[in-house]
Design a protein around this ligand. Structure first.
Ligand code: SAH
Ligand code: SF4
Ligand code: F3S
Length: 482
């Protein structure tokens, strides 16, 4: 884990070190020299802005990138009107890409008025060859492009792009490397994401993630535990363990360890009060994990268990490796073992070849499981995935109709599930002062529902017992109890 390193003590006239992370510290020191020059010229420090698209893994990566920028001497800006703007992109669905292209257009206009500004792009979308081609052809104002595998090299790439005019591009196809000990700038003081693994080996037939994030790699348990111990010492009370399929954590390590075992070790760390994780793939969810969840005092009563489809035929086509019955029996086991657990899910509507009957199977699972919340997505064709080559794409109007019906059902059930909490007193971890009303603070239940209550910023990061007085669909109004 990151230790304060005095960049000014690094000899930047020497040859760059070969070993990581020393090499990156050397380049951070070099970038700092550039920052000093900027400061002398402009009478202020340069500003940096990062916009994150996509999932929690990208959010965590952005914290690492901001950590590096702040170490170098950049000041964090809260808008794109900054000296250095970085978009950390997502490509899981087409609309994720469209957002980036749109924002880049605006950024170009701004850069015309501020030509010294540097624009950088990284993340999953950059791993797609077509995206790179389009950038080189039509977006020459972009200064730096890098991918998901070499993100740890950010300082080195930044140094090159700060001192050159041409577009700097560095994209790797894959890596087996995990670089520890780089600086991180956390968004919240009291909670933090923690990567436990990178990449994905599942190749669900619709999904682009394995192609842009590479093969599955687990971090060593001792590195993870050390990171969490340091976070706890720094005031963090809640950790969210991150991976595309946390249930297969540790299988490829030289000394294999299960995810359940990792959880047991994290549970012992003093100061950590809540443990969350995502995402769980149903095919790898073990009895051992259910047992650990059942006995745990710290693991939240919430499990995100993506269904994707309720039709066994479609699940097979999706290469999900479970069927409707297996999924339902898993849910039954979990609900029995961990009473009061909230279940949430992801569902795709309109996978190629999905019929009305298939869709009704999905509706049936939704009704049987009664999810506390569900993310519903319209199938998006991703170039290079097996599903994109299928000819029987579902007509748009049928997809839209199914999507609306599903959404309505999901919302109806979620509201009903939430309402069952009304009147109860539950622990809430207070996260922030409410943006709309400063007399309120906002926090979360163990089951992940959001609660607003009267309070002050002194409560942030604390667990308080809250009487849930009123349910407003997906969130609550409550009052702290003495
Ligand atoms: N690793 C996680 C999911 C990561 S992507 C898992 O296996 O559950 C998050 C969600 O995006 C997926 O669960 C899926 O529902 C959705 N998704 C992925 N690819 C998609 C596509 N091509 N079209 C629509 N939704 C997609
Ligand atoms: Fe995509 Fe499937 Fe991997 Fe999740 S498990 S990231 S849906 S390939
Ligand atoms: Fe998107 Fe990459 Fe996450 S494609 S969902 S940011 S892993």
């Amino acid at each position: 884990m990151y230790q304060e390193i005095n960049l000014d003590k690094i000899d930047i006239n020497a040859e760059p070190p070969i070993e990581e992370p020393d090499r990156q510290y050397y380049y951070m020191a070099k970038c700092r020299k550039w920052v000093r020059k900027f400061e002398r010229k402009n009478g202020r420090l340069p500003t940096a802005f990062i916009q994150t698209f996509g999932c929690q893994m990208n959010a965590r990566d952005s914290e690492k990138l901001m950590g590096i920028l702040e170490n170098i001497g950049f000041e964090q800006s809260d808008s794109e009107e900054a000296d250095f703007v970085l978009y950390n992109t997502c490509t899981v669905r087409e609309n994720a890409n469209n957002k980036v292209w749109g924002r880049l257009g605006y950024l170009n206009v701004y850069k015309k008025r501020h030509p010294h500004m540097k624009i950088a792009l990284c993340g999953c979308m950059m791993q797609e060859p077509e995206v790179l081609e389009k950038l080189q052809k039509s977006y020459p104002f972009v200064n730096l492009v890098f991918g998901t595998h070499n993100i740890y090299k950010f300082a080195e790439l930044l140094e090159i792009s700060l001192t050159q005019q041409r577009m700097v591009i560095d994209i790797w196809k894959d890596t087996d490397k995990i670089v520890e000990d780089l600086p991180v700038e956390r968004k919240y003081n009291f909670k933090s994401g923690v990567n436990i693994m990178f990449g994905c080996n599942n190749f669900c037939s619709y999904c682009i993630v394995p192609y842009v994030r590479g093969r599955e790699r687990s971090r060593k348990p001792e590195d993870i535990l050390l990171e969490i111990e340091r976070l706890a010492a720094d005031g963090v009370v809640e950790v969210m363990l991150l991976g595309q399929n946390v249930n297969s954590y540790g299988k490829t390590l030289n000394e294999p360890i299960t995810f359940a075992e990792l959880l047991k070790r994290i549970e012992k760390i003093e100061g950590i009060k809540r443990i969350r994780f995502m995402t769980s793939h149903p095919k790898d969810l073990s009895e051992e994990l259910i047992e650990v969840m059942r006995n745990s005092k710290k693991i939240c009563r919430h499990l995100h268990l993506p269904l994707q489809s309720g039709s066994s035929r479609i699940l097979k086509e999706m290469n999900r490796q479970y069927d409707k019955e297996q999924y339902l029996s898993l849910v039954k086991k979990i609900r029995e073992a961990v009473p009061g657990i909230a279940l949430t899910t992801d569902i795709i509507v309109g996978f190629p070849g999905e019929t009305e009957e298939d869709f009704l199977e999905t509706m049936d699972v939704v009704k049987q499981v009664e999810y506390e919340s569900a993310f519903t997505f319209i199938y998006s064709k991703r170039t290079g995935t097996p599903a994109a080559a299928k000819e029987n794409q579902v007509p748009e109007n049928a997809v839209k109709d199914r999507f609306q019906r599903l959404l309505k059902e999901v919302q109806r059930i979620a509201a009903q599930k939430a309402d069952a909490y009304t009147g109860k007193t539950e622990p809430v971890l207070v996260e922030e002062v409410n943006e709309q009303d400063e007399t309120l603070v906002t926090g979360r239940l163990s089951s992940n529902f959001i609660v607003h209550l009267p309070g002050t910023d002194e409560m942030i990061g604390k667990l308080v017992n809250v009487k849930l007085k009123e349910c407003r669909g997906f969130y609550f109004y409550g009052e702290a109890e003495e």
